[in-house]
Design a protein around this ligand. Sequence first.
Ligand code: HEM
Length: 246
Amino acid sequence: MPSEKCSLANKNSARGFDVIDTIKAALEAACPQTVSCADILAIASRDSAVEVGLSPGYPVFFGRRDSLTANISAANEFLPGPTLLYPELKQKFEAVGLNEVDLVALSGAHTIGRVSCRIVQLFLTDNDTNALFRENNAKVCPPNVDPFKVTNLDLTTPDTFDNKYYQNLLRGEGILRSDQVLWSTPGLINTPLVAEFAFTPFAFDLQFALSTIKMGNIQPLTGDQGEIRLNCAVANSPHASLVASQ
Ligand code: HEM
């Protein structure tokens, strides 16, 4: 089954699967076939964000089940990419029931983490970012650099979950085009919201929590739909539950 890990937006980008696999192995040892990989992802997302500064966190609802299949073509079609402009980002989010407030708030996750030079290089001539910032990015990611060398998404506080990401956008220092357009595209919702989040940390933390709960509840499999995977990387074989119960 072609993995969604290999879709355009994920290939050579999505990282950290080993952490999820370790959590899953511990859970399977303690309590076999009970906690889905989807639920592990939901709670690991919350706990890691809280660990680096999100406050006060939010409740995570359980009961998601894992899919029996993977759909790389859907991942290619529906996941947004960093070259998208505001109307396209809005449309991708709306297609899964998320609105502009969710788009602006969830993009704030780029307050932590890394981005590879092959992506930074795509935006070195975008003129809605500031010239000094672009010059610095060009030095960090020169043409002959290893394309997979990583740099920080939030140059101000790269490892802290805070609202500096939005202050960066006000200064024209959004690394991805999909970040900077949240501020540079005039709009009734996005521009006032970026400013509000830049000046009011609590407003960002609260909306991030609400939008994450909403994102985590997009069409989950529940009840007897899907399965509890034994290994998060692959769907169980048809005989897996039999093997697991023996
Ligand atoms: C608005 C649409 C989004 C686009 C176009 C986008 C795009 C990207 C790109 C291109 C990277 C860098 C990947 C790399 O170079 O390897 C990245 C990293 C990251 N994104 Fe997004 N993203 C979006 C939304 C989100 C959302 C909604 C979240 C979570 C709520 C998120 C969380 C992260 C994190 C934490 C990283 C850093 C990963 C790491 O350090 O390994 N992103 N994103």
